[in-house]
Design a protein around this ligand. Structure first.
Ligand SMILES: *Cc1c(COP(=O)(O)O)cnc(C)c1O
Length: 376
């Protein structure tokens, strides 16, 4: 059976080689006679799997020694609460600032408000003109120099790739240059994690749900500088206190063992591809192909400001929305799955994560050309 091209935003396509390896090892991991799913999280086999996943992640992202890397549960949504519970009182002020660039950062902001004095540092919530072009709300990123970061805030939070709006930060600011030298940067990197090199040392904490680009649902990666630990609010559940989880190397309680194993296989696959710098080049090629096609036709349109278009999530609309249903039905028949846009924005969205080969993007474009020829 041929695999369809899967453009799902998450859970999403995984490398076929990883799935095959997992299938081969399903009943007998490395001569243990057991499936990884059946192993004790305290046994030496699983500890080896978990340590290797961590080591490979450290290699891929050049994570400095002073950062802890842990695998948690609850997804990025749980981190929206776990982050403020751990960090908002870092400096005794219970205050934090949020940069709002789309649905996910807005959700993070709302959740954090339950834990202290949480304010908006900047928001792309209205239309603006950039380079002479009118940009609609949530299709652009506020310049760091316009952020209002309170110097007493524990951290400023941003979502470095808005999965729904398709807006991606090109880089992360140095907070010292914004007049907040003691404020930490916290990044929700869920949907472009491992798609490109990241300067981990710029952030105090980075979190990412695995199911977008790094593995199956059920694992959340947290990278946190260890000097930020130990300031959790008293209401923070002990299983969600980063100090406990880092100390226990992800096994404060039973971690999502099979998910960690799968994430580890994805890391090994990435290393074999040449690491994140190499996969970044592949991702640039795929994104350039799709955006240049979209820009060359008036039948389809991507609304995002060009310099911050996501390489991972490409939303687009048809000029005539009454053709949406026919577009999706035809796509499905052509083996192009999950192209429907998020229900809050409508239209289409093609997520072109690491594991989606460029052939998938080519197949999408030829289907779009053919659809335009028939309906344009
Ligand atoms: C998917 C996603 C989330 C939510 O992830 P869950 O695992 O459903 O909690 C949060 N932030 C971003 C950027 C996402 O893409």
């Amino acid at each position: 059976m041929a695999r369809p091209w899967n453009f799902s935003a998450g859970p999403s396509v995984l490398p076929e080689a990883v799935l095959k390896r997992a299938a081969e090892e399903m009943l007998d991991w490395h001569g243990s006679g057991m499936s990884v799913m059946e192993m004790s999280h305290r046994g030496k086999q699983f500890i080896q799997i978990c340590d290797e996943a961590e080591a490979d992640l450290r290699t891929l992202l050049s994570i400095p020694e002073e950062y802890g890397v842990v695998f948690m549960q609850g997804g990025a949504t749980a981190e929206n609460a776990i982050v403020p519970m751990n960090l908002i009182n870092l400096r005794g002020t219970k205050s934090a600032d949020y940069v709002l660039t789309g649905q996910w950062s807005r959700k993070s902001f709302k959740e954090a408000q339950r834990y202290g004095d949480v304010q908006v540092a900047a928001a792309s919530d209205s239309a603006t003109v950039l380079g002479g072009v009118e940009q609609a709300a949530w299709t652009w990123v506020p310049q760091a120099r316009d952020w209002h970061v309170r110097p007493e805030s524990a951290y400023v939070h941003l979502c470095s790739n808005e999965t729904i709006g398709g807006v991606e930060f090109v880089d992360w600011p140095e907070l010292a240059s914004l007049g907040a030298p003691d404020t930490e940067l916290v990044v929700d990197a869920s949907s472009h994690f491992l798609s490109r090199p990241m300067d981990v040392s710029r952030a105090g904490l980075i979190y990412a749900g695995a199911q977008k680009n790094a593995g199956p649902a059920g694992v959340t990666v947290v990278i946190v500088r260890k000097d930020l630990l130990g300031h959790a609010l008293p209401i923070c559940p002990s299983a969600f206190d980063y100090a406990n989880v880092v100390e226990a190397r992800s096994s404060f309680n039973t971690p999502p063992t099979y998910g960690i194993y799968m994430l580890g296989l994805v890391c090994k696959w990435l290393l074999a591809q040449g690491g994140v710098a190499a996969i970044e080049q592949a991702n640039i090629a795929k994104a350039d192909l799709l955006y240049s096609y979209l820009d060359g036709t008036s039948f389809y349109r991507n609304p995002v400001e060009k310099s911050v278009r996501s390489r991972m999530n490409v939303p687009f609309v048809l000029r005539d929305a009454s053709l949406d249903a026919a577009f999706l039905a035809g796509a499905q028949e052509a083996g192009l799955m999950q192209l429907k846009g998020h229900k809050s924005v409508g239209g289409m969205r093609a997520s072109i994560y690491n594991a989606l080969p460029i052939e998938g993007v080519r197949a999408l474009i030829s289907y779009m050309q053919e659809f335009e020829r028939r309906h344009g």
